[in-house]
Design a protein around this ligand. Structure first.
Ligand code: CUA
Length: 330
């Protein structure tokens, strides 16, 4: 990863290939947050310690093979004490101290005057609620936005089984346990879109339980907050208006909220500004009219076991209009 830019020898090329998978939007070794940097740093120290131990073990094995006939009992005992007890204690104690040293930093909470973000794990999506210091709040799903350079508190819970919140580029992993709330502070150090995933097996579509974390400049983040607080925009085209009617007549509002309309269901995700999100339902589906239509027609195919019913009884024209309405909720 680090040597790829300048590597010219075969060995460097080998390193490039080896570490090519360490980059990207979901990599603990490509940190975009202060906590992730601490974890990555610790990983490299651990990897270095493991490498030293491995070299020592191999060297000692070779030494033992070549000296097995000439080694005296006394030298052998000394050898076992130094190599088998003293060196492992020193190396492992050093790694323990390094690990403990990073913990207070990782446990630091977010700024008390910033937004408090509540994330709740569901089978198999993420309910997200922003509570602002002035008392206003709004909800969304499968996406979190954070301001760069600020520490924000995330309150993590679950409404069904155990899930685990992990955005490797930004910080460590924290479990979401029924009946309790865990707290995680995140402090992004660069802007971009990062991918997170549920890191605890939670049922059939566990692998599809993904989340996007979009890190913005503070001004852009403040604008986004204001946009999210506003009620849903009315449809702007005849197709979208027809889609809104279909949304009402098919009872979508029993499960979903669209603020500013009669839809106020709380079982599924809040869709007030669903058109602004990075992806639909899962990171493999782009936030486009086609993406929405694909999700609406076969949700059980994309997320097996999901409670969202399939709407394949709708004609392709109806699906398109409903998808146009949802994509237009910005
Ligand atoms: Cu939620 Cu795995």
């Amino acid at each position: 990863m680090f040597v790829c830019a300048t590597g010219s020898t075969r060995r460097l090329l080998g390193s490039c290939l080896l570490f090519a998978g360490c980059d990207g939007p979901q990599s603990a070794l490509s940190p975009a947050g202060r906590d992730a940097a601490t974890v990555a740093n610790l990983f490299w120290w651990m990897a270095g310690g493991a490498l030293i131990l491995w070299i020592l073990v191999v060297a000692l094995s070779v030494y033992a093979v070549f000296t097995r006939r000439t080694l005296t009992r006394e030298r052998g005992q000394r050898f076992i004490i130094v190599a088998g007890a003293v060196i492992p204690v020193v190396v492992l104690s050093t790694l323990l101290v390094l690990g403990l040293r990073g913990m207070p930093e990782l446990l630091a909470h977010g700024e008390p005057d910033g937004p408090q973000i509540h994330v709740s794990g569901k089978q198999w999506w993420w309910r997200v609620r922003y509570d602002l210091p002035d008392g206003r709040s709004f909800a969304l799903a499968n996406e979190i936005r954070l301001p760069v350079g600020h520490r924000t508190s995330l309150w993590l819970g679950t409404e069904d089984v155990i899930h685990s919140f992990w955005v490797p580029s930004l910080g460590g992993k924290v479990d979401m346990i029924p009946g309790r709330t865990n707290r995680l502070g995140l402090e992004p150090t660069r802007t971009g879109t990062f991918r997170g995933a549920c890191a605890e097996y939670c049922g059939l579509s566990h692998a599809r339980m993904t989340i996007a974390v979009v890190v913005l400049e503070p001004e852009a983040f403040a604008d986004w907050l204001e946009e999210q607080l506003a009620p849903a925009a009315p449809p702007t085209s005849p197709e979208a208006a027809r889609g809104q009617q279909l949304f009402a007549t098919h009872g979508c509002g029993a499960c979903h909220t669209v603020r500013g309309t009669a839809a106020d269901g709380v079982i599924g995700p809040d869709l007030t500004h669903v058109g602004t999100r990075t992806f639909v339902a899962d990171v493999t589906i782009d936030n486009t009219v086609d993406g929405f239509a694909r999700w609406l027609s076969r949700p059980d195919h994309i997320k097996p076991g999901a409670r969202m019913p399939r709407f394949d009884m709708l004609s392709s024209a109806d699906l398109h209009d409903l998808a146009t309405y949802l994509e237009g909720l910005r």
